[in-house]
Design a protein around this ligand. Structure first.
Ligand SMILES: [Zn+2]
Ligand SMILES: [Zn+2]
Length: 425
C-alpha cells in the first residue's frame, strides 16, 4: 500500500472529518417519527418554472450540440469537449465531493485552485452550497430532509429536486450540520462571492473562445459543443449518483440502505458509482473497496499524492470492511474459488502455526483477521493470493466473509482485534 494512504482507524477519526453518520433520529422509535410527521404541515410541491425552462432549453441545445459533433465540428473540438467533461467531472468528484464535502483527504493550495476552477466550470452551485446539500444528503439520506430524496422517485432524485423549492425539512435539518470548515478555505469563500461572473467566464466564455482561437473552430460550434453539450452531459453523469446509484445495484456493505454499487454510474461519474460502499464509509478517499480500479478520480488523487499536492488520504481498513460486510451486508457475495488459492485452504484449516514468509496454508480466518499486517500485505502485493482473485480486492474480502459465515465460531475469536475496528461500524 502506498505510504500516503492511511488505514489506521485512529487517523480516520480526525476531527476534521464531518460527522455524516445517518442521523440517530432515523434509528429512533418509529412511533416518535410518525408522530413528528403528523405534526408537520402538509407539504405542497412548488415548481420553479424559471428552472424548468432553463433546464429544458439547455437539454434541447445539448442535443443540437451533439448533432454538430457529427456534422461541421472539427475533431479537435469534440476531443476538447471530452477532456473538459473529465476535467469538470474531477472538479465535482475529487473536489466538491471527496475533498470539500467529506474531507477524505487534504489538498495544497495549487490543487485546490485547480479543482475549484473545474468545479466552477461544472456549474452545479458553488462549492459551499454543493457541500452543504451533500452533507445533508448523507446525514438524512432518503428522508424529507434529503435534498434529492430517492424515495420521491427516479426523476426527482435525478433532476426534479432542482426544479422545485426545497422541502422545509432540508432547510431545518441542514442547519444542524456544521460547515465552518468550508468557510475557512479562502478559495471557497472567493468562489462563493464572485460565483456568477466566474461561471460565465469558466463554463461558457472560455470553452467558446479557446477552440476558436486555438484551432479555428466557429464560435457557434464551440459554444454548443464545448460549453453547452459538455455542461449538460457532466450534469447528467453527476445526477446518476443520486438517481441510478440509489435505485439499482448490489448492497454488499449495508443492505439496510438504498445506495447501491451501480456500474453505469461508476463509468459515467468517473468512479463515484460504488455508492453502497460510499454511504457506509463516507470518509474513504477512494469511495470504493477497489482502490484505483475503475476509478479515475482515485487515480487522479493518487497521482496528486505522488507529487505531494494531496496528502492524508483516508482509507478504510480491510478488517473493518470484512466486519461490516458480515454484520450488515446483503450476502450478495461472489465467491471466486480458484484451485490452490490459500483463501480457500484457509477455510479448511484452523491451525495456528503459520509461516508468513512462505505463505503456508495453515492460517485460520481468525488468524487472518487478527494478523493485520500480514493480511494487509497480502492484499496489497498479492503474495499468497491467486492473481485472478486479487484483481478485485472486493473478491478477496468476499471470500473471507464467506469463509467466516461458514465458520461462525471463528468470529468469537476476533474480539482481540476490536480495537482496530473502533466504534465506527
Ligand atoms: Zn447518495
Ligand atoms: Zn458523498
Amino acid at each position: 500500500m502506498p505510504p500516503f494512504i492511511k488505514t489506521n482507524v485512529n487517523d480516520v477519526l480526525d476531527s476534521d472529518i464531518p460527522d455524516l453518520e445517518p442521523s440517530v433520529e432515523l434509528k429512533g422509535d418509529l412511533n416518535d417519527l410518525l408522530q413528528a410527521q403528523k405534526n408537520q404541515k402538509p407539504y405542497k410541491i412548488q415548481i420553479v418554472w424559471r428552472n424548468v425552462i432553463i433546464m429544458g432549453l439547455l437539454h434541447v441545445a445539448a442535443i443540437y450540440g451533439a448533432t454538430l459533433c457529427f456534422g461541421t465540428a472539427k475533431w479537435q473540438t469534440v476531443v476538447a469537449a471530452i477532456l473538459l467533461y473529465v476535467y469538470t467531472g474531477l472538479g465535482i468528484t475529487a473536489g466538491a465531493h471527496r475533498l470539500w464535502s467529506h474531507r477524505s483527504y487534504k489538498a495544497k493550495f495549487p490543487l485546490r485552485l485547480f479543482l475549484a476552477l473545474a468545479q466552477t466550470m461544472a456549474v452545479q452551485n458553488h462549492i459551499y452550497e454543493w457541500s452543504r446539500d451533500h452533507r445533508v444528503h448523507h446525514k438524512y439520506s432518503e428522508t424529507d430532509a434529503d435534498p434529492h430524496n430517492a424515495k420521491r422517485g427516479f426523476f426527482f432524485a435525478h433532476v426534479g429536486w432542482l426544479l422545485c423549492r426545497k422541502h422545509p425539512e432540508v432547510i431545518n435539518k441542514g442547519k444542524t450540520i456544521s460547515y465552518d470548515d468550508l468557510l475557512r478555505d479562502p478559495i471557497v469563500v472567493f468562489q462563493r462571492r464572485y460565483y456568477i461572473p466566474l461561471i460565465l467566464i469558466c463554463c461558457f466564455i472560455l470553452p467558446t473562445l479557446l477552440p476558436t482561437l486555438l484551432w479555428g473552430e466557429t464560435l457557434w460550434n464551440a459554444y454548443f459543443i464545448c460549453a453547452v453539450l459538455r455542461y449538460v452531459w457532466t450534469l447528467n453523469m453527476t445526477w446518476l449518483v443520486n438517481s441510478a446509484a440509489h435505485f439499482w445495484g448490489r448492497h454488499p456493505y449495508d443492505k439496510n440502505i438504498h445506495p447501491a454499487e451501480n456500474y453505469l454510474t461508476v463509468y459515467g461519474a468517473i468512479g463515484e458509482g460504488f455508492h453502497n460502499y460510499h454511504h457506509t464509509f463516507p470518509w474513504d478517499y477512494s469511495t470504493s473497496e477497489l482502490g484505483w480500479r475503475f476509478n479515475l478520480t482515485t487515480m487522479f488523487i493518487n497521482a496528486m499524492a505522488a507529487i505531494g499536492q494531496a496528502y492524508d488520504l483516508k482509507q478504510v481498513s480491510p478488517e473493518m470492511i470484512i466486519k461490516r460486510k458480515l454484520r450488515t451486508g446483503d450476502n450478495s457475495l461472489k465467491l471466486t474459488i480458484v484451485n490452490a488459492s490459500p483463501v480457500v485452504n484457509i477455510g479448511k484449516n484452523s491451525g495456528t502455526n503459520h509461516d508468513h514468509s512462505t505463505h503456508q496454508n495453515s492460517l485460520s480466518p481468525t488468524d487472518l483477521i487478527s494478523n493485520t499486517e500480514y493480511f494487509r500485505q497480502m492484499l496489497s502485493n498479492g503474495s499468497g493470493f491467486n492473481k485472478t482473485i486479487l484483481f478485485k480486492r472486493e473478491d478477496v474480502t468476499d471470500n473471507i466473509v464467506k469463509i467466516l459465515r461458514n465458520n461462525p465460531n471463528d468470529l468469537l475469536l476476533t474480539n482481540q482485534t476490536d480495537h482496530h475496528l473502533g466504534s465506527i461500524d
